[in-house]
Design a protein around this ligand. Structure first.
Ligand code: AMP
Ligand code: MG
Length: 404
């Protein structure tokens, strides 16, 4: 059995060796469609940010020297509002009414919040609190200068990035083409979601969770349905699946009499590089390749499939997408209660994590094993318990994957 890290190394080095420059070419998409995709161009500020000296408070633009002593009464000479600056220059003894986002009139060098003022007459105001130079405003270019690089190619486009792209006039964005990933569920016991299972059947849930994980990772799922536990059906579906960038088959990879997926992989010329990982759940994870396709046999149990996807499939997809960061997203926490270890395999167990006093605290949550989606849904993380004898003690550090 291979340790998780070794399995991941094999996946990544196989992908690197196969990767051709024309794989996952860049394509232009509409701004909103770029969410969570991998950026393939550097983005530069199209103008200073902010574009002009601007108020970040509602109040009065003043010369700070005038309010060194308070209270101080100033003459109001105009109004600067967002979208319509005042055509005035503020001189000593004067101020200009101003709103958040409005341009600072020349001559002014601070903005006093309206809460710290008192109207004396329609044309004068009493300032009640001192202001420092540049208080209540942002100078032109304080955030970035025109031409500054603000986003780098390879970045996964997140929420602030969408705002930056919009703010800099990028209505279309260059991103990596999404790899097409075939998804096959296997099992004679499976029925579709809209069907009523007979007493010995269950509904196919893996196809759905895998699709969600694929979309999150930035790939395009192609659902090929349910393969039955016989060589003919599996051969037919797997052959079609091998026409995609990646093929994911869930179930049929453990030691049971009807676990035929590896047999079919071998028949169809898939070179299998590993088929067991020292991980619990997720031991019978299979990885191989044929031609330009990568192939995974993911263990059938719902949580095993999710974990194996997170550990091995997601990093591969990110690599194909030319993302700068391909590692599984793993965080550190302190353990709140003891957790039992397994001497043979690293364990991933549903856990409850909370943030308190500047760090994450974690404890395992009750569950009934690798099919228990109910238990997982009540948790918010998967804790990684290292392979070793004994237990992890309270206060020890532990790593986890966020499930939310
Ligand atoms: P297998 O690896 O095929 O022996 O499957 C292991 C367990 O996972 C069995 O209890 C299966 O019924 C279950 N399972 C396999 N595929 C799916 C699926 N697509 N959705 C939900 N459960 C599944
Ligand atoms: Mg099965």
């Amino acid at each position: 059995m291979l340790p998780i890290e070794r399995g991941l190394e094999i996946v990544m080095s196989t992908a690197k060796a196969k990767q051709r420059p024309d794989w996952m070419p860049a394509e232009s998409v509409a701004l909103l469609d770029s969410t969570h995709r991998i950026l393939r161009e550097d983005i530069f500020c199209d103008a200073d940010s902010p574009r002009f000296d601007k108020a970040i408070r509602d109040g009065y633009a003043v010369q700070f020297e005038d309010v060194a002593e308070v209270p101080s009464v100033l003459t109001v000479i105009g109004e600067s509002r967002a979208g319509a600056g005042a055509n005035v220059t503020v001189s000593p003894g004067q101020c200009c009414e101003i709103m958040t986002g409005a341009p600072l009139p020349p001559g002014a060098n601070a903005v006093v919040m309206v809460e710290n003022t008192e109207q004396v007459s329609p044309s004068s105001v009493r300032i009640l609190k001192k202001a420092r130079e540049n208080e209540g405003l942002l100078r032109r270019g304080a955030e970035a200068r025109q031409g500054d690089k603000i986003l780098e190619s390879g970045r996964r486009i997140g929420l602030p990035d969408i705002g930056l792209l919009a703010g800099n006039g990028k209505s279309r964005v260059m991103v990596s083409t999404r790899p097409r990933v075939a998804v096959i569920a296997t099992g004679d016991e499976l029925v579709e979601v809209d069907q009523e299972p007979q007493p010995d059947q269950i509904r196919n849930s893996n196809t759905y969770t895998i699709c969600v994980q694929l979309l999150e990772a930035g790939a395009e799922p192609v659902v090929l349905g349910i393969g039955r536990d016989n060589l003919d059906d599996l051969r037919d579906k797997i052959r079609r699946g091998l026409e995609h960038d990646i093929l994911l088959v869930s179930g049929g990879v453990s030691m049971g009499k009807y676990d035929l997926v590896e047999t079919v992989f071998a028949e169809l010329g898939v070179e299998v590089l590993f088929d067991k990982i020292a991980m619990k759940p997720g031991k019978p994870t299979v990885f191989g390749h044929r031609g330009n396709s990568f192939v995974f046999g993911l263990p059938g149990n719902p949580i095993s499939t999710m974990v194996a996807f997170h550990m091995f499939v997601r990093p591969l997809i990110l690599l194909l997408l030319k993302a700068e960061n391909t590692s599984p997203r793993i965080f550190d926490a302190k353990l709140e209660a003891a957790a039992k270890c397994d001497p043979e395999r690293a364990a991933l167990v549903p856990a409850l994590v909370r943030f308190d006093q500047g760090q994450y605290w974690i404890r395992t949550a009750p569950w009934k094993g690798s099919s228990d989606l109910v238990g997982l849904a009540r948790a918010n993380a998967l804790i990684m318990i290292p392979r070793r004898h004994g237990t992890l003690e309270p206060g020890e550090s532990a790593q986890f994957l966020l499930m939310e």
